[in-house]
Write a protein that binds this ligand. Sequence first.
Ligand SMILES: [Zn+2]
Ligand SMILES: [Zn+2]
Length: 192
Amino acid sequence: MKTTKLSKRRTCKVCKKKYRPKYNTIQATCNNFKCALELAQSKRKNKEKKEFRAETVRRRAAAKTRSDWLRDAQTAFNTYIRARDRGLNCISCDKPDNGAHQRHASHYRSIGACSALRFNTKNVFASCQQCNTSKSGNILEYRIRLVARYGKKMVEWLESQNKIVRYDIEYLKRLKRVFNKKARMLNKRNYP
Ligand SMILES: [Zn+2]
Ligand SMILES: [Zn+2]
């Protein structure tokens, strides 16, 4: 004996009315052709919007200069350093990381003095805003704490570096990607 099973009632995505699919099982709208048409049109529009946004991102990226990428990579790197050193005192004055002051990523060998260490994680540590900007890193104090934390050998190695490095755009893009990802992972771990 053959039984005809009635298909389940669903709610139309467009008109919100209840319906039983008549045409096929994956039907998302009611049996009114107008609703199917409307859904298809809105899907197409969304796709176009998405493509337009992606194109804008591509065009903006293509228009960026090397110095734009350098700035972006530095921002990502500095964000990573601040995330890595969260909870550690200011490298130059021991001010605790208690949310009472802004935290900066402070270069021991400055960007101008040593381009080779610009993105070196052993050359950059979190400091308070005051030490980094008002006291240009507060370098004498920085050195004392850097030696205490990581040893004289590492500090002397940093001080011996003097290669001039010119980072190309592809490398900077990669740096940006990598350090943004590292920072995100650290932040996720700290604030799950
Ligand atoms: Zn409908
Ligand atoms: Zn400080």
